[in-house]
Design a protein. Structure first.
Length: 441
């Protein structure tokens, strides 16, 4: 018999123990996805992210090719894209983080991965069905959104049960995220009902409401708690500084933008009152953007450039400030040109620039740390991060109406596909393999 020792894997707290496995086992196995919540959540998010990126490239090529590629649309492709970008892979990435780090914040035992499996599969499967149904039958797409909404609601319930069990004194960030999850679940439900009654404009508003009051709120809470901590851990000479007024500023700005979405639906003031509103809104957005850009510097943007993984976090946060500045400038440009000059460009500065960059940085960091690897951004991660920055700039420029806009969007879509594909191929295999350092989890 072999003298090679056999160890018994101890999965993340609360998960079902697996059978003994040899320490040298480096094969990818489906059951290893159940070793920790982040493995399953991140893997499903990567699958949905890649599928949605391929689909969006096909849509953009069909739009720009003047009929060379024809796609049948049972549902607005713009709405389908917006919904899957807001409610699709983002909550799945959130689940991997919230049910791994969240219990540590709250001082409670996490749920088993088997407990999370149904709600995560409902979301991943539901949104894949949404994309397919958008080209076949709208009822199929709606059924997919219903399944995904049930999955998100179930995930919200599980997170609130952790909150109810917690005796931790500091629950502000976790409770902000808990409220955001409720808002996100309601936004999905509102979108589904709107589409069921053929009120597509309301469906679009519910998606944008979900972006601001769900996704951006979660990002703001996590950024406020974690970016100063990560920076201080890597650079001890920088102290953790995160006063709560900054958190309230970010959350307040997100809620303001969500309210504006509804004000635009019911109709903004016209004439002099409309001009005053536009000036005040632009001024507020410029003010928030200026504070966030200042905060990026205070949190150590310049110092972080010596550490690639840390720089990815800080540059991602920098985009949050830039997105508000661009939004303010865009509002004021509307007074001159009759409509905001950049339009959807400001939205993509937020989604691709800020949310996409922070997603890349945070998921890479968690995946490295929980797979037993060094907390560094290797050449691949660093390269795809900068390709993402190029794609973001292209998408912003494409929002300005020119004869090249459609093809700039195609290029941006291909770059986005390249980023998520390379990133997914790099990190995806880690989730189905044992940790590189031999530790459990």
């Amino acid at each position: 018999m072999s003298d090679r020792p056999v160890i018994t894997l101890k999965p993340a707290s609360g998960t079902t123990p697996l059978r003994p496995v040899g320490q040298t086992d480096q094969c990818w196995r489906m059951r290893y996805l159940m070793l920790a919540p982040h493995r399953l959540g991140f893997f499903l998010a990567m699958v949905l992210l890649a599928a949605s990126a391929v689909w969006w490239v096909l849509v953009q090529v069909a739009r720009a090719s003047d009929g060379a590629l024809s796609l049948h649309h049972a549902l607005s492709s713009s709405l389908a894209h917006a919904a899957v970008m807001v409610f699709g892979f983002m909550p799945l990435f959130f689940s991997g983080f919230l049910f791994t780090a969240g219990p540590k914040w709250l001082g409670v035992e996490s749920w088993s991965t088997h407990k999370l499996l149904p709600v995560l599969l409902l979301q991943a499967g539901g949104w894949l069905l949404w994309l397919a149904g958008g080209h076949v039958l709208s009822a199929i797409a709606l059924a997919g959104a219903v399944l995904a909404g049930l999955g998100l609601a179930g995930m919200t319930l599980l997170f609130w049960q952790l909150l109810r069990r917690s005796q931790a004194q500091d629950q502000i960030h976790a409770r902000a995220i808990g409220v955001a999850l409720i808002t996100g679940s309601l936004a999905v439900a509102g979108m589904v009902v709107s589409l069921a009654v053929q009120a597509q404009e309301y469906a679009r508003v519910f998606v944008l409401t979900g972006l601001w009051s769900f996704v951006v709120v979660v990002y703001a809470a996590v950024a406020h708690r974690m970016i100063p901590f990560f920076t201080s851990s890597a650079m001890p000479f920088i102290k953790v500084w995160r006063p709560f007024w900054l958190l309230w500023l970010m959350l307040g700005a997100a809620v303001f933008e969500a309210v504006v979405v509804w004000l635009e639906l019911v109709g903004l003031p016209q004439g002099t009152a409309g001009t005053v509103w536009t000036l005040l809104r632009g001024l507020l957005e410029l003010g928030v953007g200026a504070v966030l850009l200042w905060l990026a510097g205070v949190w150590g943007l310049v110092q972080s450039l010596k550490n690639r993984l840390l720089a990815m976090l800080h540059i991602g946060f920098l985009w949050l400030g830039l997105s508000f500045v661009l939004a303010g400038v865009s509002q004021w440009s509307g007074l001159v040109y009759g409509a905001p000059l950049i339009g959807l460009g400001t939205l993509h500065a937020l989604t691709m620039g800020c949310l996409g960059s922070l997603m890349l940085a945070m998921v890479t960091r968690v995946s490295c740390g929980h797979s037993g690897r060094a907390l560094v951004a290797d050449r691949i991660a660093w390269s795809v991060f900068w390709v993402l920055q190029a794609a973001t700039v292209l998408r912003i420029v494409a929002a300005i109406p020119t004869e090249w806009s459609a093809w700039l969007m195609v290029v941006a879509a291909f770059l986005w596909l390249g980023v998520v594909s390379v990133w997914g191929v790099r990190l995806g295999p880690w989730y189905g393999r044992l940790r590189a350092d031999g530790r459990p989890g």
